[in-house]
Design a protein around this ligand. Sequence first.
Ligand SMILES: Cc1cc2nc3c(=O)[nH]c(=O)nc-3n(C[C@H](O)[C@H](O)[C@H](O)COP(=O)(O)OP(=O)(O)OC[C@H]3O[C@@H](n4cnc5c(N)ncnc54)[C@H](O)[C@@H]3O)c2cc1C
Length: 403
Amino acid sequence: MKKVSIVGAGFAGLTVALRLAQKGFQVDLYEKSSRVGGLLGTDRTEFGIAEKAANALIRTERAEKLFAELGVPQSLPLASSKKRFIYRHKPRTWPLTIGETLFFMVKLIPRFLINKKSLAPQDNETLDSWGRRYLGGSATEYLLGPAMQGIYGNEISGLSSKLILSPLFKEHREKYKGLLTGPGGMQDLVNHLEVRLSEMGVRIHTNSPVNIKDLQGPVVIATPANAAAALLSESQPELSKALSQIQMSSLMSVTLFFKKPQTKFKGFGCLIPRGFDLKTLGILMNSYIFQGRDKVYNETWIMGGVKESSLLDLEDTEILKLIAEERFKILGTKEGLLDYRINRWKNALPYYDLNLEKAQGEIRAFATSDKIFLHGNYLYGIGLSKILEQSDILAEEIVRLHG
Ligand SMILES: Cc1cc2nc3c(=O)[nH]c(=O)nc-3n(C[C@H](O)[C@H](O)[C@H](O)COP(=O)(O)OP(=O)(O)OC[C@H]3O[C@@H](n4cnc5c(N)ncnc54)[C@H](O)[C@@H]3O)c2cc1C
């Protein structure tokens, strides 16, 4: 039987393992920690669930197909989640003034209609510079900035416009319609993946850091970039060096269960632009997004990023005090707290900065082996739907070379 080894059992490792097992490979999946799922997972509390990190996938056709084939029931967002807020002295559904809106439209719309390609990002250009050029200052600060910071966990002054915007200029993009998760949260998806892999004979080795020299068959390295650099340091030093240039960014998710709901702002959540002396990157109003998974109103607050990674070193009490202060400033409320869950993710995600733009070029140039394959959120996008798409593409490639 054809063999393949996969290192790292996060979403990337689990989904590529599924596809390769379906294509007839004997798969060995090695995971350093005691559990599979990586950044995905859900804590259960007596008041409801708390996601450890990601709270949903983008609902592409591919994601729906995965849920269907694994038998995960689809949990779709509530109608109330359509409303989204951005803070500008208070949460607003549209944060620009009339003058700023007109300026933004006049700047963007003619180019968009006449020659969309002229908006394409340039090499080595930050998202902030791109935004100021094509959208104007206010739209960059109050729309683009908070939206991208909510996804990439960092200020747009450091993010690469090329890495983040280029996919929007591709002719064939996957269509999506909202978000998708399981009724018990992302843990449902992880559990179904784990069960299906076992049924298909995939050998899952937890608590198993590995030396890739000892592995059989083609090897997929589906770990974060810094771990991939360490794994390849002896066998592929140039590739390892390119990987080690990638700066990792730390994030923290704090889910808070309240005695009473706040009802003034009902929606998906609120994004927080920089410049208001607030540390929070964004707030998810979970109870207005998903149905029937909590007993009391709860929110998840996301904090951190490369400039604010020291927030992860604060004690729980200090974090709760900071959130209580910011919550009063942003939402104007002080409901009593019943329970909370804090997940500190040190060096969790690649920083999508100009350095990564350069490193990706070098990684592609050095990753030429037909035995070692790289897979992960530092190569083609941070979101789960992108990882899923790449699991399919990578499995096809391995079948072509080794099937
Ligand atoms: C707070 C937060 C919120 C997010 N929200 C969303 C969201 O709502 N939607 C979305 O699409 N995305 C979201 N993301 C991003 C998404 O969760 C990640 O990009 C994705 O889960 C990464 O999956 P992965 O498998 O590439 O990496 P990981 O989940 O990091 O998995 C890598 C695995 O490799 C293992 N490993 C590391 N080194 C070794 C080694 N030497 N040997 C063996 N195993 C090793 C690790 O233990 C881990 O299990 C969020 C991320 C964060 C931090």
